[in-house]
Write a protein that binds this ligand. Structure first.
Ligand code: ZN
Length: 332
């Protein structure tokens, strides 16, 4: 029988577990709400349940799975397998997730940053299949990134590399959740767009958005996108600026990494990409140096929400060595 591996995408709103072979063929997949507000212990119990359900769909039990990989948001200690803290996961304060998962499931466990995992997934099984050098950017509530160098995730000295969303692209620009100003995330993420739209409304602009804000506390990117498509000039300007500064960031990534491909994914890109994707590509081509620009292709995600879990499957595959298929320690 083909060896099967498990992967769990731990998110603030949902959990996705997949069981797949090392070619990336998914045999079982289950999605459940994460109920992150309940804190780590119930969420971990739910992660295990979700993986068990995915295994059942693949007609195996968890003990038949060789190993499990978890893709997590937030600040991680990859050397010790800890989730240090994550804004999306209240109460996760130094949780030894690798130890807990491997003990409870009885199989080896691996932890990776969710955007790094997605980058590896797109590199091995998605839009970047066959590439060696790839940059991945997810534009959703925040902006996350992953860097693939010679088919491996680039982690940096402590595992914190790849925070491409906090590249400062607008000096003294809008305030970012990280505390700085003018990060790409502050301009192009769902949170950034929402904050900036609210500022416009507070200043007496954007009547369409003001009407929505009389009904609820905050706007999401889809609502701002609808207003832009309906002709609201202020909403259009927010997306023009998102495209412009995304293009500035992309040009910087091209110059720094000389990648074969940059893959863009995430909910804001899926829902509102028509308002800024092409603009960002034009700005990238205007600003990047000619030599690296010749080699880079700008693509949208091919795997969507499955890029993270499939990246974990690829990462586990890289740890298999020898004829018996034992697992070596992950490389940092
Ligand atoms: Zn920032």
């Amino acid at each position: 029988m083909t060896d099967l591996y498990g992967a769990i995408d731990l998110g603030g709103t949902k959990l996705r577990a997949v069981v797949a072979d090392l070619e990336g063929n998914i045999r079982g997949e289950v999605i459940q709400p994460s109920e992150a507000g309940e804190g780590p212990e119930p969420v971990i119990a739910r992660m295990i349940e979700t993986l068990e359900a995915a295994a059942a769909e693949a007609s195996v039990s968890v003990s038949d799975i060789r190993a499990v990989g978890v893709a997590s948001p937030g600040a991680l200690d990859l050397v010790h397998g800890l989730v240090q803290e994550a804004p999306q996961l209240p109460g996760w304060d130094g949780v030894p997730l690798v130890e807990i998962m491997s003990k409870r499931l009885g199989i080896p466990a691996l932890l990776e940053n969710d955007a790094n995992a997605a980058a590896l997934g797109e590199n091995r099984f998605g839009a970047g299949r066959g590439t060696r050098f790839l940059v991945y950017l997810t534009i959703s509530t925040g902006v996350g990134g992953g860097i693939i160098i010679d088919r491996k995730v680039y982690h940096g000295v402590s595992g914190a590399a790849g925070e491409l969303g906090h590249m400062v692209v607008w000096f003294n620009g809008p305030r970012c959740l990280c505390g700085e100003r003018g990060c790409l995330e502050a301009i192009a993420s769902g949170t950034g767009l929402s904050w900036r739209a609210k500022e416009l409304v507070d200043a007496g602009h954007a009547p369409d958005l003001a009407a929505i804000l009389r009904e609820k506390d905050e706007l999401d990117a889809d609502e701002i996108a609808d207003a832009a498509r309906a002709g609201d000039k202020d909403a259009q300007r927010l997306f023009d600026e998102a495209g412009l500064y995304l293009g500035v960031a992309l040009a910087n990534y091209v110059n720094i990494f000389n990648p074969e491909m940059i893959v863009l994914g995430g909910g804001v890109l899926t829902g509102a990409g028509d308002l800024f994707f092409d603009h960002a590509g034009r700005i990238m081509r205007q600003l990047a140096r000619k030599e690296p620009l010749k080699y880079v292709r700008l693509e949208r995600t091919a795997l969507g929400d499955r890029s993270g879990p499939l990246g974990m499957i690829a990462a586990l595959g890289d740890m298999v060595e020898g004829d018996k298929g034992s697992l070596k320690r992950p490389e940092m």
